[in-house]
Unconditional design. Structure first.
Length: 79
C-alpha cells in the first residue's frame, strides 16, 4: 500500500531532481522513493554502528578483567 504525502522541497533540490529524472527517464515518485530507501539504509547503518559502539563499551571493562584473571592463572601454572 502506498501513502500519499505532501511535502515542501527546496527549490534547488527540486531543480536537480527534475534534471536528473529527465536524463535517466524515470518518474519523480520512483526517484524519490529510491532516494528515501537509500537514505533509510544509511541511517540504519549509522544507528547500528552507534549501538554496537555502546554495547562494546559496556563489555570492554569485563573483557579486560577476564583477561587479567587468565594471566594470573597462567602465572600460577608451574613451568
Amino acid at each position: 500500500m502506498a501513502k500519499a504525502l505532501s511535502l515542501k522541497i527546496n527549490n534547488e533540490i527540486f531543480r536537480e531532481v527534475e534534471e536528473i529524472i529527465t536524463q535517466i527517464d524515470i518518474p519523480r515518485n520512483t526517484y524519490i522513493n529510491h532516494a528515501l530507501s537509500v537514505y533509510n539504509k544509511l541511517n540504519k547503518r549509522k544507528l547500528l554502528k552507534k549501538q554496537l559502539q555502546y554495547e562494546s563499551s559496556l563489555v570492554q571493562q569485563n573483557s579486560l578483567k577476564i583477561l587479567d584473571e587468565f594471566e594470573k592463572l597462567e602465572d600460577e601454572i608451574p613451568g
